[in-house]
Design a protein around this ligand. Structure first.
Ligand SMILES: C[S@@+](CC[C@H](N)C(=O)[O-])C[C@H]1O[C@@H](n2cnc3c(N)ncnc32)[C@H](O)[C@@H]1O
Length: 100
């Protein structure tokens, strides 16, 4: 399973405990990932955490069908908001260009 926007890995850790085979942790924040690495050191050592990767969603840097499931827990709101803000800024920048 891919835990996209994993934070410090709380949910991935629980899922492993409750029978999920393997997880990959992905987050945009190096600080969050560092905490996840510390918290899940044992599962990383055992190979049940496959990878801990810094990446910025919505792009997922893996080929299609790499994972059986992807979890976005408390993450999509940030992605949607940043898209809305970017679109707004693009619109604003365009109107600045034309009214200049
Ligand atoms: C509220 S926390 C949720 C963490 C975890 N999923 C949980 O439920 O405990 C939101 C997380 O999303 C990450 N995040 C926000 N925007 C992101 C993006 N575009 N790509 C990857 N991670 C992102 C933040 O770094 C943060 O760790």
């Amino acid at each position: 399973m891919l835990d996209a926007g994993c934070g410090t890995g709380n949910y991935a850790a629980e899922l492993l405990q409750y029978g999920c085979g393997y997880v990959t942790l992905l987050d945009a924040s190096p600080g969050m990932l560092e905490k996840a690495r510390e918290k899940m050191a044992q599962q990383i050592q055992s190979g049940r955490v496959k990878e801990v990767i810094e990446a910025k969603l919505p792009a997922i840097p893996y080929p299609d069908q790499t994972f059986d499931a992807v979890m976005f827990n408390l993450v999509l709101v940030y992605i949607i908001l940043s898209c809305v803000v970017m679109n707004f800024c693009n619109e604003y920048a365009c109107s600045m260009l034309y009214t200049n």
